[in-house]
Design a binder for this molecule. Structure first.
Ligand code: HEC
Length: 197
C-alpha cells in the first residue's frame, strides 16, 4: 500500500514538474511575431505595429510574420496591386521596371544590403527605410501592402533564377518574369482584394 501511494505521489510530482516546464516554455504575453524584423542600416528592432493602419491581420501577413514565407509570390491579384503601389511609391526613384534611377536597381541579383535577398530583408527595408533618400514607408504602406510591393519587385527580377532564394524549387521551375505590356485584369482571382482607389 505504501509503495502504491508513493508511486502515485511520484506520478503527481512528475505531472506538476512537466506542467511547470510547459508554463516556463510559453512566451510572455503580448503580440508575438515569429520573426524579428530589424532596420536595414542600424539593426534596431522594428515595431511592425507602428505606421499605417490595417493590413496586419490578413492570413498572408500572419504567415509572413511567423515564417518569413511570402504567400503572395506569383498570385496575380497581388501582382496587380503591387504594380500599382510600386508605381505610386517607388518607381519615381527606382525606375518603372526597378531598373534604377536615383535609387539603385532592384531587379538584379546585386544588393547593397545582402539581407534584401530574402523577402524578410526587403520587407524590413521598405518598412524601416535605409540611408538618405530611402526613408521608411510604413506610414504610407501597411504591412499587407508592403508584402504586395515585395511580390511585385520579385516579379520584376531579371537575374538568374538560381539566385531567386524567395522562390521554392517548384516555383523556380514555373517562374515567369515580367514582360513589358503584361497586364492583370481588375477582377483577376486571388488572395488580394482590389485596392480602394
Ligand atoms: C525619394 C527616393 C526614393 C523612394 C521614393 C524610394 N526609394 Fe528606395 N532607395 C532610394 C535610395 C537613394 C536608396 C539607396 C539608399 C542606401 O543605399 O541606403 C534606396 C534603397 C532601396 C533599397 C535597398 C537596395 C539594395 O541594393 O540593397 C530597397 C530594397 C529599396 N530602396 C526599395 C524601395 C521601395 C520598395 C520603395 C517604394 C515603397 C522605395 N524604395 C522608395 C531612394 C528611394
Amino acid at each position: 500500500m505504501i509503495n502504491r501511494t508513493r508511486g502515485v505521489a511520484a506520478l503527481l510530482g512528475l505531472a506538476f514538474a512537466t506542467a511547470g516546464l510547459a508554463a516556463l516554455a510559453q512566451p510572455s504575453a503580448g503580440p508575438q511575431t515569429g520573426i524579428v524584423f530589424r532596420n536595414t542600416v542600424t539593426g534596431e528592432t522594428l515595431d511592425i505595429g507602428q505606421g499605417k493602419e490595417g493590413g496586419r491581420d490578413t492570413d498572408a501577413v500572419k504567415t509572413f510574420l511567423q515564417t518569413g514565407k511570402n504567400p503572395y509570390i506569383d498570385d496575380k491579384s497581388c501582382l496587380r496591386n503591387g504594380e500599382s503601389l510600386f508605381a505610386t511609391s517607388c518607381s519615381g526613384c527606382h525606375g518603372h521596371l526597378a531598373e534604377g534611377k536615383l535609387g539603385p536597381g532592384l531587379n538584379d541579383n546585386y544588393w547593397t544590403y545582402p539581407a534584401n535577398t530574402e523577402d524578410t530583408g526587403l520587407f524590413a527595408t521598405i518598412f524601416g527605410g535605409a540611408n538618405g533618400m530611402m526613408g521608411p514607408h510604413n506610414e504610407n504602406l501597411n504591412p499587407d501592402e508592403i508584402l504586395q510591393v515585395v511580390t511585385w519587385i520579385r516579379h520584376l527580377y531579371t537575374g538568374p533564377v538560381r539566385d531567386a532564394v524567395w522562390l521554392n524549387d517548384e516555383q523556380k521551375k514555373t517562374y515567369k518574369p515580367y514582360k513589358e505590356g503584361e497586364t492583370f485584369p481588375k477582377d483577376v482571382k486571388g488572395q488580394c482584394k482590389p485596392l480602394d482607389n
